[in-house]
Design a binder for this molecule. Structure first.
Ligand code: B12
Ligand code: SF4
Length: 499
C-alpha cells in the first residue's frame, strides 16, 4: 500500500513589491495540502516601490528577522524568487538560512534563474532550481523531499548532488490557466494590508512580441528549444470575473491593475469581457497596451468599462533605434495614431521611455524630445536600460562593443549597481539626468524645446538634481489624479508588522 506524501512546510522569502507568481505558487501548494508562509522585506527605501534613500536601506533591513523566522519554523523547503536586481539579496539570505536550517532545501526560481541557470548553479547555497513556469514542478519537487534531499528527475528542475548538478528539460507551458487555483493574494495582504487597495490581476501569460531587452524574449527562446512555441495563453472570461467578484466582495480594492504584458488583445475576448466587467465589477482599472491593434471602437469599449489610464511602451523617439536595437517594429505614425485614439476616448496616456539604449546617437536623443512632445502623454516614466541576462540585447551590446565580457558577467551575478553596464548613459551622467528631467517636464508642462533645454540643463547640474524628477512626477500625479503616490504612502504606513 503506498502512503500519502507527507505535508510539507514551504517558506518563501521575498523583498520589494507584491509578487503575483509567488501567490500562484502558494495557492497551488496549499491546494495540495502543504503549509506555506512568506517572510517579506518590503525594502521601502530601496527605490521600488518607494524612493531610494541611501542610509535608510540598511537601517530598515529586515534580513536578520527573516533568518530568525526560518530558524524558528524549520521549513522543508525555502523558495527564493529572483529578479536580476534582487539576486544578491537572495544569495545572502539563502546562505544565512542554510546555517540555521541545515535540513531545508533552498530552491531558486524566477526570471533571473531561467536566464542564467549555470551562473546560479555556481553558488553553494543553492540546492535546487526551478526554470520556467513553476507551479507543477515546484510542487513535485517539494513533495519528493526526504531527509533534506529531493528527487533529481523532475522536469523544469535542476538539482544539486554534491558538486554535480542534474539538469532536467522544461515541460511545456500549462495550457489551461483556468485549472490553476485563484492566486493566494492573502500571502502578501497579511503582511501589508494596504496592498489590497490596488488588486493585481493577470488574465493571460506571455506576450505576442519579442522586444530584445525584455526577459519575455528569453522565455520565448527557452520554450521554443523544447518545441513549445506558444506565445500567449488566456484565461476564460468567466474565470477572471469569478476572481474579481471574490475581490469585490471583500470591499477593500479601490482599483484593479491588469498586469498582462499586453491587455488590449485579443479583441473578441475583450468584447466579451469588458461589458461584463463594467456591469459586474465596475472598479476603475489600469493596463498595458502596445502601439498597434487599438482602434477607436475598442478604445471606447475600454473607456466605458472603467479604464482610466493605459501605459504604452514607446522606449525611443528614434524609429531606427526601436527597429534595429529593440526589435520594436511600429512606425512613428502608428505611435501617434494609438496615442490619439487613447486620449480621444478620455483615457489617460502614460508612456515608458528607456534611457541609454546601445546604438543611440545624439541625434536619436533629440528625436526623443520631438516625438514624446508630439505624443502629448499625461505621464512619462523613464527607466535606465538594464541588460537583463539571457536577453538578445546583451548579445547585441556585446557585439557592438558597448558591453564588455566582465560587465556582462557582473550583471549575470546580480551586480546592477554600477552605471556603465546599464546602457550608454550611466545613472550619474549629466546627459541622463537632463533627459530624465526633460521627460518629466514634458509630461507636466508640455512646453517648447527652447524653454526645456536651458531649464533642464540648469536643474540637472544643481546639488538637488536627484530630487527634481520625483518632484515633477509627484506634482504631475496630483494633476492627473494618479493614485500611485498615495498608494505607495499607504503601503509604507501599513508595513510595520513585516516580516
Ligand atoms: C507584473 C510585473 C511586475 C509587477 C508585479 C511584480 C510581480 N512579479 O508580480 C510590479 C509592477 C510590482 C513589477 C515590479 C518590478 N519589475 Co516586473 N514584471 C511584471 C511582469 C509584467 C509579469 C510578472 C508575472 O506576474 N508573471 C506571471 C507569473 C505567474 O510568472 P512569474 O512571475 O515569472 O512566476 C513564475 C515563474 O517564474 C516561477 N517562479 C517565480 N519565482 C519563483 C520562485 C520559486 C522558488 C520557484 C520554484 C518558482 C518561481 O513560477 C512562477 C509561477 O509559474 C514581468 C514580465 C514577465 N513576463 O515576466 C515583469 C518583470 C518580471 N519585471 C521586471 C523588473 C525589472 C521589475 C522591477 C525591478 C522594475 C523596477 N526597476 O522597479 C520591479 C521589481 C519589483 C520587485 N523586486 O518585486 C523584469 C525582470 C527582469 C530581470 N531579469 O530581472 C521583467 C521580466 C520584465 C522585463 N523587463 O523583462 N513587475
Ligand atoms: S511588448 Fe512588453 S512584455 Fe512584450 S516583449 Fe515587448 S517589452 Fe516585453
Amino acid at each position: 500500500m503506498s502512503s500519502l506524501p507527507r505535508k510539507k512546510k514551504v517558506l518563501f522569502v521575498y523583498n520589494s513589491s507584491e509578487h503575483i507568481g509567488l501567490t500562484y505558487l502558494s495557492s497551488f501548494l496549499k491546494a495540495r495540502g502543504h503549509e506555506v508562509r512568506l517572510s517579506y522585506d518590503p525594502q521601502l527605501f530601496r527605490g521600488e516601490p518607494l524612493v531610494r534613500v541611501p542610509g535608510l536601506v540598511e537601517r530598515f533591513d529586515l534580513s536578520a528577522r527573516i533568518v530568525q523566522q526560518a530558524a524558528a519554523w524549520q521549513p522543508d523547503a525555502v523558495g527564493f524568487s529572483c529578479y536580476t536586481d534582487n539576486f544578491r539579496w537572495m544569495l545572502g539570505l539563502a546562505a544565512a538560512i542554510k546555517e540555521v536550517c541545515p535540513e531545508a532545501l533552498t530552491v531558486f526560481g524566477g526570471v533571473h534563474v531561467s536566464g542564467v541557470p549555470e551562473v546560479v548553479a555556481s553558488y553553494p547555497q543553492v540546492d535546487a532550481m526551478v526554470l520556467g513556469e513553476g507551479e507543477e514542478a515546484f510542487a513535485e519537487l517539494v513533495e519528493s523531499i526526504e531527509d533534506g534531499r529531493a528527487a533529481t528527475d523532475i522536469a523544469n528542475c535542476w538539482v544539486r548532488d554534491g558538486e554535480e548538478w542534474t539538469r532536467n528539460p522544461l515541460r511545456p507551458y500549462i495550457v489551461d490557466l483556468d485549472a490553476l487555483p485563484v492566486r493566494d493574494y492573502q500571502l502578501f495582504y497579511d503582511k501589508v494590508p494596504a496592498l489590497e487597495s490596488t488588486y493585481l490581476c493577470m488574465t493571460s501569460r506571455g506576450c505576442p512580441y519579442s522586444c530584445s531587452y525584455c526577459s519575455v524574449e528569453m522565455y520565448h527562446r527557452i520554450y521554443t528549444e523544447i518545441g513549445d512555441k506558444t506565445r500567449v495563453r488566456k484565461r476564460s472570461v468567466e474565470g477572471v470575473l469569478e476572481e474579481l467578484h471574490e475581490i469585490k466582495a471583500r470591499g477593500r480594492a479601490k482599483s484593479i491593475a491588469f498586469y498582462d504584458e499586453v491587455f488590449t488583445s485579443p479583441r473578441r475576448w475583450l468584447e466579451d469581457f469588458l461589458p461584463r466587467y463594467r456591469d459586474e465589477i465596475g472598479l476603475p482599472f489600469w493596463c498595458y497596451t502596445y502601439p498597434s491593434g487599438l482602434d477607436p471602437s475598442l478604445a471606447r469599449l475600454m473607456a466605458d468599462a472603467g479604464c482610466w489610464m493605459m501605459t504604452m511602451g514607446v522606449q525611443s523617439g528614434s524609429q531606427d533605434v526601436r527597429r534595429n536595437m529593440m526589435d520594436r517594429r511600429e512606425s512613428d505614425e502608428k505611435l501617434f495614431a494609438t496615442a490619439r485614439v487613447i486620449k480621444e476616448v478620455g483615457i489617460r496616456l502614460s508612456v515608458d521611455k528607456i534611457l541609454g539604449s546601445p546604438g543611440e546617437s545624439e541625434q536619436d536623443r533629440s528625436l526623443d524630445l520631438k516625438v514624446f512632445r508630439q505624443l502629448n502623454p499625461d505621464r512619462i516614466l523613464t527607466f535606465p536600460l538594464t541588460f537583463f541576462p539571457g536577453t538578445d540585447m546583451v548579445r547585441r551590446a556585446e557585439e557592438a562593443g558597448e558591453l564588455s565580457r566582465e560587465e556582462r558577467e557582473r550583471l549575470e551575478n546580480g551586480h546592477l549597481e554600477q552605471g556603465p553596464s546599464q546602457g550608454q548613459l550611466a545613472q550619474n551622467d549629466l546627459a541622463y539626468r537632463k533627459l530624465r528631467i526633460q521627460m518629466g517636464m514634458i509630461s507636466l508642462l508640455g512646453g517648447g524645446e527652447k524653454l526645456l533645454e536651458p531649464l533642464a540643463s540648469l536643474l540637472a547640474r544643481g546639488p538637488t538634481a536627484a530630487l527634481v524628477n520625483p518632484l515633477l512626477l509627484a506634482t504631475n500625479a496630483v494633476r492627473i489624479g494618479d493614485r500611485k503616490f498615495e498608494y505607495l504612502v499607504e503601503v509604507a504606513f501599513s508595513s510595520k508588522s513585516v516580516p
